[in-house]
Design a protein. Structure first.
Lengths: 165, 192
């Protein structure tokens, strides 16, 4: 399991210096670490977080947005009609609730369709694993720089240490 | 029938007066007629014209304001837009960026789609902002008050909201001409 502080440090080492989002339990450890480091700007909705990140990007920051995958539904229009058409990149750190059909009912549909949803939107994505973490983050950084669009990193249960290990 | 109808200034008149008081401040302008009118009145590289993502102008402006604390950042917004992204009033109020001015042109209609009514005739948006915790909030009906209050807000620590009651008139202004990626590039260079 990846430690939350190691994950946050790796993001900072990549140059990410603006973090916003809406919490999920799988992201609890990461957000606690970001708050400890005074790096986290909380948003009230995921589409607001995406728009705030776009503003921060234009102001010279490298932004990341944390959200539960349900937030992708909320953010759909902003990702399409702001980020994709204006070429404004951000790193989406998305918890994969409902993966493999094992979760509360409200997560099951999005958990099943999420990769195809992002494929349809032409947003590149990858799932973080412990053994490929360095490669995964390198891919995120390269995609962000080259394509200038949002790039998603999925966080599955048990990969990054949460609040309740 | 709105009580002020027939006596109000147009959004373009209000916007022209505001733009005269601005120089190189970043201005995020909401989608629909406001961006088109701003482009027609004074096209500046510090303008970020939105053509989609309705409701997001103040969130984008907030991101710019947090990234550029030394610059005063302005959002030009509409009543339909504020209602759509109302949560952002809370986010702004909680974060209290001193360099944030939220201008709302309130014509009580969705003008770009054919003047369907919003609900800002019964929900005073500046009071919502005030209750959330904006530092300075003013509601104005005419040009003299608008100029006086906006000048005052430019001198004060924010976050501030200037709500301007305007009529439904929309300028004959063409669509935003720049390609969206060029708007991003031009804006980023201008506010560097």
């Amino acid at each position: 399991m990846i430690e939350s502080d190691a994950f946050v440090q790796a993001m900072q080492n990549m140059g990410v210096n603006f973090f916003t989002g809406v919490p999920d339990s799988l992201l609890g450890g990461i957000i606690a670490e970001l708050m400890d480091r005074r790096l986290y700007t909380p948003a009230v909705r995921e589409d607001e977080a995406v728009a705030m990140a776009a503003g921060a990007y234009m102001g010279g920051k490298i932004p990341a947005v944390l959200m539960q995958n349900s937030g992708l539904g909320t953010s759909l229009n902003t990702l399409i009609s702001l980020n994709l058409i204006y070429h404004q990149p951000c790193i989406l750190i998305v918890s994969w609730r409902g993966q493999g059909g094992k979760d509360a009912p409200e997560h099951l549909v999005m958990g099943e369709v999420m990769p195809q949803l992002l494929d349809t939107m032409k947003i590149p994505h990858r799932t973080l694993t412990e053994h490929s973490a360095i490669e995964d983050l390198k891919w995120v950084a390269e995609t962000f720089m080259k394509q200038r669009i949002p790039v998603a990193l999925f966080i599955t249960k048990g990969v990054v240490k949460g609040l309740h290990p | 029938m709105r009580p002020e109808q027939g006596t109000l200034i147009s959004r373009a008149q209000a916007m022209a007066a505001l733009l005269e008081l601005l120089t190189d401040q970043p201005v995020i302008i909401c989608n629909g007629f406001p961006s088109r009118e701003a482009q027609k009145l004074a096209d500046r590289p510090t303008h970020f014209y939105m053509i989609g993502s309705m409701g997001s102008a103040p969130a984008i402006a907030l991101g710019v304001a947090l990234a550029k604390p030394q610059k005063q950042v302005i959002a030009f917004d509409g009543d339909g837009n504020v209602l759509m992204g109302m949560g952002t009033l809370a986010t702004v109020a909680a974060l209290k960026p001193k360099n944030f001015i939220h201008v709302v042109f309130d014509n009580e209609v969705y003008g770009t789609t054919g003047n369907q009514p919003t609900i800002s005739n019964v929900v005073p948006l500046e009071k919502v902002a005030k209750a959330a915790g904006y530092m300075n909030v003013e509601r104005v009906l005419d040009l003299d008050d608008l100029v006086y209050e906006f000048k005052d807000m430019l001198k004060k620590d924010g976050p501030s909201m200037l709500l301007i009651k305007v009529n439904e008139f929309a300028e004959d202004a063409g669509r935003v001409v720049l390609d969206p990626p060029d708007i991003t590039k031009r804006f980023m260079k201008a506010i560097e």
